[in-house]
Write a protein that binds this ligand. Sequence first.
Ligand code: G4P
Length: 190
Amino acid sequence: MKELKEAIRTRGKAINKDILLVDSFLNHQVDPMLMHGVGEAFADHFKDMNVERVLTIESSGIAPAAFTAYKLGVPLVIMKKQTSKIMTGNLIQTGVRSFTKGTEYQLTVKRDFLPENSRVLFIDDFLASGEAAFGAINLVREAKAELCGIGIVVEKSFQSGRGRLDELGIPILSLARVKSMGPDGIEFME
Ligand code: G4P
């Protein structure tokens, strides 16, 4: 997606060769016009997949996923990283380890919001080593729902996530695929 790559080039910053700062438009301050375009791009790509739920992980996946769900006209389901006293009922959980942050959390969703056999599109802001995506895949399986696609805003193609997901044969669309980052700038895959 041209506008997204342009935003990454002009408003993003490679902190080092592994971490891309996009907090001015994606995960701290959010550019709603850009996210609207992101939602449109995902919705258009997956429009024939009969998607019934868009699924994401709090917190940075919510903006792109909300626009996608709006465009597809289906509910958005947000997997939680923390449970609370009011989160009761039949919960599904799986452990996820974040390599970037060195933390571990229990990804949690209410079974009612991922009905059996429902067709689910998973949207997330970043794909790095793929741990979050595999957590989502596990929860969808546990819910006996069907994962019909994965939409990623920024894929760091030089990390292992894309390769690991490709092996599963699930359709993936990454709107910006970063090949490398460094002092000379950010390079994208074609
Ligand atoms: P993985 O799920 O692909 O294995 O990724 P990893 O564990 O390495 O990353 C976990 C968290 O770090 C995610 O946020 C992800 O969005 C974020 N992240 C990964 N790479 C980058 C990067 O290059 N730049 C930025 N800005 N973030 C990155 P999270 O813990 O889920 O936090 P949030 O959604 O609450 O923001």
